[in-house]
Design a protein around this ligand. Sequence first.
Ligand code: ADP
Ligand code: MG
Length: 589
Amino acid sequence: MKNKFRYFSYFYKYLGYRLWITFFVSLFVGLLDGIGLALFLPLLKLVTNGETGDPSGEDPVSEFVVSYLGVFPTLINILGLILIFFSLKGIAKFLEGYIRVKYQQYFMSRLRISNIDLLNSYEFKHFVKADVGRIQNTFTGEVSKVNTALRYYFKSFQYGVLVLVYVIMAFIADPLFSFMVVAGGILVNFLFKELYKRTKYFSRKLTSQNHTFQDLLIQKVAFFKYLKTTGLNDAFGRMLKNKVKVLERLQLRIGIIDSLLAALREPVVVLIIAIAIYLQVGYFSNDAGLVILSLLLLYRALTFFMSTQEQWNFFLGVSGSLENMENFSEELKAGKEINGNLNFIGLQKTISFNKVSFNYDGKEVLHDIDLNIDKNETVALVGPSGSGKSTFIGLISGLLRPSKGEVLIDGTALTDLNLSSLKSRIGYVSQDVNVFNDTIFNNVTFWAEKTSENLKRYETAVKKAAIDSFINELSMKEETLLGNNGINLSGGQKQRLAIARELYKEVDLLLMDEATSALDGETEAIIQQHIEKLKGSLTIIVIAHRLATIKNADKIVILKNGKIQEVGSYKDLMERSKEFKEMTALQNL
Ligand code: ADP
Ligand code: MG
């Protein structure tokens, strides 16, 4: 019961008053159908007693017909009434189906949109620990399963309302008989409980297995080239195939229980009614007409009761998905990033790190960083791998939050800034570049309209990134389609494309995390020349392995074990820092 309510409140969150409308329309359908059925009682009497029989009803139905509907119960009148009620029921039933479909679509899109919003504002710190397969599966397969869950829930809910209506009407007609049947129904429900529990269990398993399947599939696609080259794709394929088998078995088990329940339905209904009739006739004699009426109503009630259960079991079969969706949304909500409301209007003076520390899961990787970066300065970060350079850059873009101290932009704490206003002015190129499965033009301009102005901007950007000649040699030029994550480009080409995208963006702040490390010396030098040209017109923070590329930086920061060791110009450091001198010597500078 508690669970049923929990599911209800979950759907209610998205559908609100619409659930009540569903409820009332179902009630309406039940009432119309019940009255239509009840009219068979006077009909039966008319048929057995002939039209001359006493019309003033001694049974509740005839009474209802005469005093409430004001209709004289002749054969033609009663047949007419039956027809009218069943036609009205038909209309109500159409309405019921219509709103179900409508609300279902509404629910589905609300769910999808809210998930997208939640993922958008999900903090990076949490994302790195998230299960990618789960995210993927929840967004696709699970959303449609939750939608199916809603359909079953609706149906079982609607049938439940019908059961209620029929039982109440049967009680009015013949309390004793109804009581026996209802008692039988409750008993059966109790017996079926075990089957429901099994279904729910398998459903949960199915969802989690689906997550891992998706996870493996994503990796199979992402690492396709590597797996293929090393022959590991066979082993990986076997893992995938095993999962397919596991999924098949789980689905089969749920299906078996469903079929079992469906098969048991009719015999059980007939058994209960047979027992009730036997008791009624043998031990309590009563008005045959009323018994037949409540028999009709109860047969219907029981059939719908079983259908309610059947739908409920289908529902339980996908309830694992519903739970997953609930937890998933909750987790995303809990991991929502803090967002200030001050708009970033562009860097005016300084970015300052004020005693900033940062830790990943309790492990501190940056300690007490104090540093000022002035507007339009070029700052280079150097240091061994693992010293915290990438983490430092993450703190500037607001991707990561300091665990101690604060990052200030023109005196405003980053936490007070609206992050999207900040990020729209930040360019970021890292070692792992992202190439979208689209044309070169769209990759560089991020789907900008192809106006002559944008085209000019695009051309400047690709020239500065030293990828213009490569593009011009392609037959389709900027309309060339790039494969999945740029699989048909070389590493250096991808890198240059990523740089072109950031240059097109016309940013305030350019963050380059080993952006040119994958390039050959010559290409790196060309891009470097172009970046040198940008120097002084925007703030650049660059992490580079090859120290030759940062000779002209205004400031070089040496990081070691999460601490700043030295800050100075290339010349300064060559004079001051033995360590820096050694580093340059190692690179033959
Ligand atoms: P660098 O860029 O200088 O090579 P990073 O800033 O990437 O170094 O990493 C600094 C330290 O933080 C390393 O010891 C690394 O293992 C750790 N680290 C990086 N990312 C994570 C993460 N998501 N979770 C836990 N530790 C991390
Ligand atoms: Mg790094």
